[in-house]
Design a protein around this ligand. Sequence first.
Ligand code: UDP
Length: 331
Amino acid sequence: MQSDKPHVLVTGGAGYIGSHACKALAAAGYVPVTFDNLSTGWRDAVKFGPLEQGDLTQRSTIDPVFEKYNFQAVMHFAALSLVGDSMRDPGNYWRTNVTGGLNLIEAAIDAGCLNFVFSSTCATYGDQDGVTLDESSAQQPVNAYGGSKRAIEDMLRDFGASHGLRHVIFRYFNVAGADPDGEIGEFHQPETHLIPLMLDAVDGKRPALTVFGTDYDTPDGTCIRDYVHVCDLVDAHVLGLNWLAEGKDSSVFNLGTGRGFSVREVINASSAVTNRDVPVVEGDRRPGDAVKLVSGSRKAEEELGWSPSRSDMNSMIRDAWRWHQNGAYKA
Ligand code: UDP
């Protein structure tokens, strides 16, 4: 017998962002049911609701989960999500992300669950000559990761028109930080993201951080990104659920702060927060990297009522550093 609390299906709930979403959902009175194939996620990160193991590319593994629970909504995080990887093996990205997304959307519709929150990305905008990006900016992804996410956005619009699937799409900028309570955090194997790699270099787990490209057309020659704290990011998802529950129209929101940081600026901030040097070597550009991705929109604040409170660079690095020193998951 399902409890009276509203249940939300969280695909990818064992991953970095999905696990923080589960914590925020549980705090808001929901039961987050994680659906994850544990290919990149961690069983130990599923602490706030049940785990259902399965693979979205196999529809036969998701249908029974919709039969077992009565979901108020789906939050879809499960995906392959590495820009560099997507350039080396685009087929895997298109197959996994698009097939998985399509199976999930059709399973949700067949089960009568018509509220859908989707984890999309600023990588759907591509490289736009350094302009700040708002939700109406053209979507011209420059890597297969962004392309596969844009395809799912398109699907949501089509199934919205044909089947009444109501959706909130969040286009994330760069997600950073960790749960300030230290219960969960960012842990990828292999790690590819800037801040955890940098912290590895700070405490000697790696010899140095390689800066991917120092000849970009930016003030210090390195790429610029807009970083947002994972806890602020998942708070927006809870607001997205409320938005759908209130019967509002499907919508899309950027989640970023509007402040860009170059790779060198992030390195300097890490050095200041940890009070240690960051060993750095300069390397080649990474294929698929846009020069600058910064949100130029306040739509999430104005319409959703989102108010990020931890997304200043020092708080993000401080929370990531605390997790980095104490936290890890077992395989
Ligand atoms: N980056 C870097 N060295 C690394 C990893 C990342 O210089 O070892 C740069 C990367 O080129 C990008 C920024 O840091 O400009 C953020 O990269 P990350 O992989 O963290 O996130 P992405 O922007 O790809 O989602």
